[in-house]
Design a protein around this ligand. Structure first.
Ligand code: IVH
Length: 690
């Protein structure tokens, strides 16, 4: 082969290899197999070996690492490489919008939103179309020349040329001029795919080498190696997101288009005419992010119009015109406030850590499962410890690590109980098993039946809570008894299977609503033997007839405590069997403990309506505050109930009237604040009469 022949062939090979690189790495549409592409590269290598003087820095063969460097050369960035402010919620994004809108009051602002790749920022400078310098961000002003390493990344073009038609004639002309004589700078992110990362770690595991923590750090570490063979073996990738050189681009969207036309890979950004569209994009990306081959930690939202972007300027190290709208993190730290044992359906005892509430994965987390005693020992977690919690997929969070350096010496060790916290039976740990169990094999199942009875239609009737969900909640150790239902938070439910955030919110709302419950339904829900719906209604009427004030569970316990067994059995319509059963229920230690727990849930138990004389106040809620002149407060309440109305102890938006007497209390202020109708005694008497 003569030199001119070699030159011709080399040119052909390079062009084709480059075209294939573009098809494969940028467009994801390879035309030929990897083996065929390797074969082209091999031929090029052979010819270049024969004619080394024909090797140029942009030849595809130059991607393979050269000699290791002693140290990196420093590079001063012509334009600083900035970072971004973070937003974690639509509200924070909205305040960003308000801030920038104030600085550009008469401008209509639109946006460009794109993926925030979890990688390593780099700058690429092309001189006369050929990659001349690739550098790290460094401190933003001065970075390191990592060109050798970057050249090993196939999705970084070594030479830029126009692959597709550019946006405008003006841009095309500028690009062409600079490709022939001048400089073009592009910036973007080097990253590693999840697959490559796994492969590297698998290989390390085989060799007994320590594993890498995550793709981001591995990518960054590879780029900062002096021996470029390492970067070359790591299958790194590159996504461009910025064209720094002024090519006449007017918008950020256009910059993406230019980058693509010049042979760079870019992500699927989206033009958004307002923040609603940005948020929709964010939600969509968040839903679909697991399908991406690489990790992203949010989206980057930029003011699309470059002119406005520039005018907004820089604050600190971040441009005002762009913001990172981050996904909620998957790890957080918090404090273990308590460790409580829950009894599952099968009688298995699960220790659960009750945590200081902390935001994680978009919800507030208040507990984490500790699985079993061995796990507690393994982590050496104690009450009072500061811990790292993690949400991995759709499960209740785990404690992954205890920050032992943060211990104060006041932390308490936890011990599995010897007696079942539900039924008091002995706790056993079958040999060879990690799980402690209640020795009463009826315990868990009976508990489940009781909870199902409690939430059934005739009881608390909680919309959206059925036997299947109860199973799940018991299995996860979230619910041990009926009272636990009222402690459920959105953050407990959202991670569970079948629970989207929306339904978690709905269920928590339904539970809250169910706290207001007629006395008869409450008595039925307790599941006292022989006390069905009819008996419960009858009993609640009896209570009403005694004119006892029962608003909460404590009142109810006090009420029952007044009765001897004989008294109860002698009540008309009750009789000896039901009387005995009720008596037993209120004298059982476990039942009283449950009632105490229920009492803490602030249930609002409603007595049956007084004998209703008229329905004038039907469905109207009254709140009384201050002293009335013409009647006592109890008389006033009786009158309201007699006219079909309801009394509430506190003012809310649902309150219809606040009756204000002399020296009213805080309820008066609250009523004013909420704009609830306020009437004085005179008006109150008037509306009762008319
Ligand atoms: S724009 C002014 N776009 O996130 C800085 N950055 O937190 C220009 N990043 O240092 C950044 N994907 O390393 C931009 N599509 C994207 C990005 C992105 C990842 C990184 C970049 C930057 C950091 C800022």
């Amino acid at each position: 082969m003569t030199k001119p022949e070699a030159r011709k062939r080399i040119d052909q090979l390079r062009k084709e290899i480059d075209r294939q690189r573009y098809l494969y790495h940028v467009l994801d549409k390879p035309e030929i197999s990897d083996a065929a592409l390797d074969s082209l590269k091999h031929e090029l290598e052979q010819i270049e070996k024969q004619f080394p003087e024909l090797i140029t820095p942009d030849s595809p063969t130059q991607r393979v690492g050269g000699k290791p460097l002693d140290k990196f050369k420093k590079v001063r960035h012509k334009t600083p490489m900035l970072s971004l402010e973070d937003a974690f919620s639509p509200e924070e994004l909205e305040s960003w919008r308000e801030r920038i809108q104030k600085l550009a009051p008469d401008k209509k602002i639109d946006y460009f939103a794109e993926l925030k790749v979890d990688g390593f920022a780099i700058s690429l400078v092309y001189k006369n179309g050929i990659l001349s310098e690739g550098s790290t961000r460094g401190d933003g002003k001065i970075g390191e020349d990592v060109s050798q390493n970057l050249k090993t990344i196939s999705s970084i073009p070594l030479r830029i040329e126009i692959h597709r038609k550019l946006a405008s004639q003006e841009i095309t002309e500028k690009v062409q001029a600079l490709i022939h004589k001048g400089e073009i700078e592009a910036r973007g992110e080097v990253y590693m795919t999840a697959k490559s990362f796994e492969k590297i770690n698998q290989e390390r595991e085989k060799k007994g080498e320590p594993l890498y923590a995550n793709p981001r750090n591995t990518a960054a570490g590879s780029i900062r190696q002096l021996d470029s063979k390492i970067a070359g073996s790591r299958q790194l990738n590159f996504l461009a997101y910025d064209i720094i050189t002024d090519l006449g681009q007017k918008t950020h969207k256009e910059e993406h288009q230019i980058a693509e036309c010049l042979g760079f890979k870019t992500d699927n950004g989206q033009y958004s005419k307002n923040l609603k569209e940005v948020i929709d994009f964010y939600e969509k990306v968040k839903r679909e992010r697991e399908k991406l081959p690489y990790q992203i930690d949010g989206i980057v939202v930029s003011v699309n119009n470059n002119n406005i972007f520039e005018k907004l300027g820089v604050v600190g190290k971040a441009p005002r015109g762009a913001i990172a709208f981050k996904f909620p993190g998957k790890e957080a730290t918090t404090i273990v406030e308590n460790i409580i044992v829950q009894v599952g359906r099968t009688g298995a005892l699960t220790p659960v850590a009750f945590l200081k509430p902390v935001r994680l994965g978009g919800t507030t987390i208040t507990r984490a499962t500790l699985h079993n005693e061995d796990e507690i020992k393994r982590l050496d977690v104690r009450i009072g410890d500061t811990v790292i919690i993690q949400r991995a997929g759709d499960v209740i969070p785990d404690i992954v690590k205890v920050l032992k350096k943060m211990r104060t010496g006041h932390e308490k060790k936890f011990q599995m109980p010897e007696k079942c916290p539900v039924c008091g039976a002995k706790v056993i740990k079958p040999a060879g098993e990690a799980i402690h169990r209640c020795s009463n094999n009826q315990c868990g199942a009976r508990q489940k039946e009781q909870i199902e009875h409690f939430i059934s239609k005739k009881g608390f009737d909680i919309v959206g809570l059925g036997p299947q969900i109860i199973n799940q909640l018991m299995d996860e150790g979230l619910v041990n008894d009926s009272a636990d239902i009222f402690a459920l938070k959105e953050g407990d439910l959202a991670p569970l299977e079948r629970f989207a955030e929306k339904s978690a919110k709905n269920l928590v709302e339904a539970i809250e609503k169910s706290k207001k419950i007629p006395l008869a339904k409450f008595i039925y829900a307790l599941g006292i033997r022989h006390v069905g719906e009819e008996t419960a209604i009858m009993f609640s009427q009896e209570i009403r007839n005694t004119k006892s004030e029962i608003r909460n569970i404590n009142d109810l316990i006090k009420f029952y405590n007044k009765f001897s067994l004989e008294n109860l059995q002698n009540i008309q319509d009750i009789g000896p069997v039901v009387g005995q059963s009720i008596y037993d229920y209120f004298h059982n230690r476990h039942n009283l403990k449950l009632l105490e727990k229920l009492d803490k849930a602030n249930l609002r138990i409603q007595l049956p309506k007084f004998q209703v004389l008229s329905l004038k106040f039907k469905d109207k809620i009254f709140v009384l505050t201050g002293e009335l002149e013409s009647m006592t407060r109890d008389e006033a309440k009786e009158k309201i109930r007699g006219l079909g109305g309801d009394i509430s102890g506190s003012v809310s938006k649902e309150t219809d009237f606040v009756v204000v007497g002399k020296e009213p209390g805080g309820k008066f202020d609250k009523a004013k604040k909420l704009g609830v109708k306020i009437i004085d005694e005179k008006e109150f008497l008037k509306i009762m009469k008319t």
